[in-house]
Design a protein around this ligand. Structure first.
Ligand code: TRH
Length: 348
């Protein structure tokens, strides 16, 4: 089976991060021949530093990586996946009409925990001019969504076993956007008489002058899960690190990317509704307030107090993180759902 996977890098590392993860999984576990067409190779500097960022075309880990501006091939693929509605080149789409049978064409959307996902996932989107149909595939947390990318090698104890947690100190991993209130979080832990140290893998604008911290180097994506497993509290951001923190089964705070229309608060709440569904009311309130304080400290009167309460419930949050991890692992993963959907489409 051949797959052409198209990716445009909008910002940061996550767009390519998601595509690279899927490309590798489909190659290794499903025997696909994958061609990854990407408009910007620079995120590979972090994600897979051995990829040569100066060449137009190369094969790395059995994946054919092609720079978008050097890509003029026509479609010979069984599957075409475009990430985040990135629109493959017009000539390529034209060439898809010459394939017989027509390739299974998917637009993988951004992950969301919102309720609309189940209604949009797998919906057809007929091409306005050509006899082609593309389908929406929306990653999510429900059985009726596209699920989450989870490779075979990820297990419930990959990470959890890595370190025994202490009741009095937490070692926090920081991979947030620059404005994350890590200083206020540190003060909240101090007020709960806990020691908190921070390993910072992101650029921060927040001052860390009074925070016990070390800057840490990034690791290749293949080592990212193991890295997460060595910490007690994970402060993560865009789609991919957010999911991996949940797979790690560790307490976490999601520093969701802020948008001007404040849609990110709705997205955060939609996820909190699912994440907290099996928590008791008091823990839910503590976790919700801390999550909001972390994303939007200005909107809250006393964010440090929210963090102090979070710190004081860290043991309960540990147990919850493991229960949530188990729940996620009990669901089929995204690649498996893609294969199953392709069979249904071919059967039509
Ligand atoms: O880089 P991100 O901020 O993600 C982007 C954008 O924010 C974008 O708006 C969003 O829509 C898109 O993601 C999906 O954060 P994210 O998604 O967590 O991606 C980071 C990637 O970098 C992820 O694949 C993990 C990887 N990574 C490493 O491989 N090694 C590291 O040491 C670190 C810190 C990250």
């Amino acid at each position: 089976m051949k797959l052409d996977l198209f990716c445009r890098v909008v910002d940061n590392w996550g767009d390519l991060g998601v595509c690279w993860r899927l490309a590798r999984q489909l190659t290794e576990e499903f025997d696909f021949e994958v061609r990854l067409i990407v408009d910007d190779l620079s995120p590979f500097e972090v994600i897979a530093p051995d990829v040569d960022r100066t060449v137009e075309r190369q094969t790395f880990e059995n994946i054919d990586i092609v720079r978008w501006d050097a890509f003029a091939d026509s479609c010979e693929a069984d599957w075409v996946i475009e990430a985040f509605a990135c629109d493959p080149p017009e000539t390529y789409v034209q060439s898809m009409t010459q394939c017989s049978p027509q390739p299974f064409w998917i637009n993988i959307e951004y992950l969301s925990a919102e309720n609309w996902v189940d209604g949009v996932h797998e919906k057809p989107s007929p091409h306005p001019r050509l006899p082609l149909t593309k389908y929406f595939f929306v990653p999510g947390f429900t059985p009726a969504s596209g699920g989450l990318i989870r490779e075979e090698w990820v297990t419930t104890d990959t990470a959890r076993a890595a370190k025994k947690a202490s009741a009095h100190s937490v070692n926090c991993f920081v991979f947030t956007y620059a404005h994350a209130p890590v200083d206020a979080l540190a003060r909240g832990f101090a007020q709960a008489s806990m020691t908190a140290s921070f390993a910072v893998a992101a650029e921060l604008t927040t001052s860390l002058a009074n925070v016990d911290h070390v800057r840490i180097a990034t690791v290749p994506q293949s080592e990212f899960d193991t890295l997460l497993g060595t910490f007690d509290l994970l402060l993560v951001r865009g789609e991919d690190s957010f999911v991996r923190a949940q797979f790690a089964g560790k307490p976490m705070l999601w520093h969701i990317y802020p948008t001007e229309d404040r849609a990110h608060i709705k997205k955060l709440d939609a996820w909190l509704n699912r994440y907290c569904a099996d928590m008791d009311d008091q823990l839910t309130e503590v976790y919700r307030r801390a999550s909001h304080a972390f994303v939007d400290p200005q909107a809250m009167e006393n964010s440090e107090e929210a963090f102090r309460r979070l710190a004081s419930r860290i043991e309960a949050l540990r147990a919850h993180a493991i229960a949530w991890q188990r729940k996620l692992f009990a669901m089929p993963d995204l690649a498996g759902r893609l294969v199953e959907f392709s069979h249904r489409i071919e059967g039509d």
